[in-house]
Design a protein. Structure first.
Length: 141
């Protein structure tokens, strides 16, 4: 049985193919992130704050993983070996990540999750209501 993968987890686990150290670091990273999500349970605001804080703290690692992924895409054989090695751990991660489905429409969490793809700090991730001056509704009269 394959484990359940959220889009958030996919960003990390598909990278780091040729260096086992990167695979292990990616799995440890996502396990820690899953723990942040699990602690928030279905409190979307708490989850967004926790995810944002965790990802912001690890921006250098995210950048490193994303760069490695671009330079070393996984082959099907490498993906299968990854599944064989990390299957049980990733199943546990999948269970802990289930509360993210309660918050899929949460703008604050969506912005925090963008840190996984970009590896760059997003000031609006802390404040989803923040908009560029020209886009504020009260100024569009």
């Amino acid at each position: 049985m394959k484990w359940f993968v959220t889009p958030l987890m996919f960003v990390l686990i598909t990278g780091c193919s040729k260096n086992k150290d990167y695979d292990e670091r990616s799995v440890q990273f996502i396990e820690e992130l899953a723990e942040v999500v699990a602690q928030a349970d279905s409190d979307c605001d708490k989850m967004a704050d926790g995810v944002d804080a965790y990802l912001t703290k690890h921006l250098d690692l995210i950048k490193e993983i994303n760069e490695y992924e671009e330079q070393h895409p996984k082959t099907e054989e490498q993906k299968e070996r990854f599944h064989e090695k990390y299957d049980e751990r990733m199943k546990a991660v999948g269970i802990k990540m289930l509360p993210t489905f309660n918050c899929t429409s949460d703008k604050k969490l969506q912005k925090a999750m963008k840190l996984l793809k970009t590896g760059q700090s997003l000031p609006e991730a802390q404040n989803p209501e923040a908009q560029p001056e020209a886009q504020k509704p009260e100024e569009q009269k």
